[in-house]
Design a protein around this ligand. Structure first.
Ligand code: PEP
Ligand code: MN
Length: 341
C-alpha cells in the first residue's frame, strides 16, 4: 500500500506513522519529498491488516491500495488462461462453442415449457431457462410455481436433452433447486446476498451470477470471489443491464462490462439481453453485439406467446424471432472464431 502523508509534517509525526505501518506487519519504506513524505508499505495486502484505516489519522492524506481486492477470480490467478466450465456435456468459456440458454422468464405450465423447450432446442440452445422462484418487485405479481415449476423444468429438459438453468432465491431452497438444476442462477437482486451466494457455492453446482442493478465491476467480481473462496470454481458472470438515468430501455446493458470482465477475470461471461433492455424489439441487435464482443453465451427469454406471459412479456421473444436471431447471429459468432456446432 502507499501511504501519502500531509505536507510539512513534523519529523516526529512522520515517525509515528512509519512505526504504525511496521506494527501492522508491513515493511515501511519512506520516500521523503521536499514537501511531503510518501510511505511505500511492502507486504501482501490480502493477508495483512488493511492500512486504509490509517486515513483516519491526522498525519495521513491518502492511502492507496496496490493489489486488487479479488484474487481467485482474477486473470492472474489462472496465469492468463480462461476458465472452461464443463456442464451437461457442454464446454462454456475460453472461445468454446457460443452457448445459448433460452426459455421463458417464468415456468407457467407444462404445455408452455414443453413447446418452448422444443423451439429453443431446434434453435441450438443447450440449456433451458425458466424461473420457478421469481423475484418480483411487487408482492401481488406472479411469484413462480416453485416446486411444481422445478418438476416441469426437469420434465421438459429430459424430453429435449437440455441442461437446466433456474434461479434460486433463498438459502432454504438451495438444496431443492440444486437437485433439479444444472446451473443455479443468482439473480440481480441477490447479487450481494452473501449468505445465499455462500450456500449456493457449497452445493457444488455451477453458478451463473448476475450483475446487481447498481453493482460496480469490482463488487461483482468480489461477489464471484465468495463462490471460488468457498471451493466452487464453476462460476460464470452474467451482465443483465444496470440502472442508469435512461428510461427508453428497462436497464442499460453495459456491453463495456464484457470487455472489462475479459480484461480482469478468467471467468466466462454471459449476456442477458432480455433483462438488459426490457424490449423484445431490441434483443436481436444486442445479441449480435454480445457475440461480436466474444461473450461466451446468451441467456434469452423466449415465450410461445409473449403477450400472454405471466412475467416480463414485453421483453420475451417469440419462437419465430428466436429462430431468426439464431440464424442472424451465425456470422457474428464465426467472426470471433468460435465454432457454431
Ligand atoms: C430473470 O432472469 O428472469 C431475472 C429475474 O433476472 P434478473 O435477476 O437479472 O432481474
Ligand atoms: Mn425475466
Amino acid at each position: 500500500m502507499i501511504v501519502v502523508l500531509k505536507p510539512n509534517l513534523d519529523p516526529a509525526e512522520v515517525e509515528k506513522v512509519i512505526a504504525e505501518v511496521a506494527k501492522l506487519g508491513y515493511e515501511p519504506r519512506p520516500i521523503h519529498g521536499k514537501v511531503q513524505t510518501v510511505i511505500a508499505a511492502i507486504g501482501d495486502e490480502s493477508t495483512h491488516h488493511t492500512l486504509e484505516t490509517l486515513a483516519s489519522w491526522p498525519q495521513v492524506e491518502h492511502v492507496h491500495r496496490v493489489q486488487k481486492r479479488y484474487k481467485l477470480v482474477s486473470r492472474e490467478a489462472k496465469k492468463g488462461h480462461d476458465s472452461i466450465l464443463h456442464i451437461h456435456g457442454q464446454k462454456i468459456g475460453a472461445g468454446q462453442k457460443f452457448c445459448f440458454m433460452a426459455g421463458p422468464c417464468s415456468v407457467e405450465s407444462e404445455e408452455q415449457l414443453m413447446t418452448t423447450a422444443q423451439a429453443v432446442k431446434a434453435g441450438g440452445a443447450t440449456f433451458l431457462r425458466g424461473g420457478a422462484y421469481k423475484p418480483r418487485t411487487s408482492p401481488y405479481e406472479f411469484q413462480g410455481l416453485a416446486k411444481e415449476g422445478l418438476r416441469i423444468l426437469s420434465l421438459a429438459a429430459k424430453e429435449y436433452d437440455l441442461g437446466i438453468i433456474t434461479e434460486v432465491l433463498s438459502e432454504r431452497d438451495v438444496e431443492l433447486v440444486a437437485a433439479h438444476a444444472d446451473i443455479l442462477q443468482i439473480g440481480a437482486r441477490n447479487a450481494q446476498n452473501f449468505a445465499l451466494i455462500t450456500e449456493a457455492a457449497r452445493s457444488g453446482k455451477p453458478i451463473l451470477l448476475k450483475r446487481g442493478l447498481s453493482m460496480k465491476i469490482e463488487e461483482w467480481l468480489l461477489a464471484a470471489e465468495y463462490i471460488l473462496a468457498h471451493g466452487n470454481p464453476n462460476v460464470m458472470l452474467c451482465e443483465r443491464g444496470i440502472r442508469t438515468f435512461e428510461t427508453y430501455t428497462r436497464n442499460t446493458l453495459d456491453l463495456g462490462a464484457v470487455a472489462a470482465i475479459k480484461h480482469e477475470s478468467h471467468l466466462p461471461i454471459i449476456i442477458d439481453p432480455s433483462q438488459g433492455c426490457g424490449r423484445a424489439d431490441l434483443v436481436l441487435e444486442l445479441c449480435k453485439a454480445a457475440a461480436a464482443l466474444n461473450a461466451d453465451g446468451l441467456l434469452i427469454e423466449v415465450h410461445p406467446n409473449p403477450a400472454e406471459a405471466w412475467s416480463d412479456g414485453q421483453q420475451q421473444v417469440d419462437f419465430d424471432l428466436y429462430a431468426r436471431l439464431v440464424e442472424e447471429l451465425k456470422p457474428f459468432v464465426s467472426a470471433v472464431g468460435r465454432p457454431l456446432e
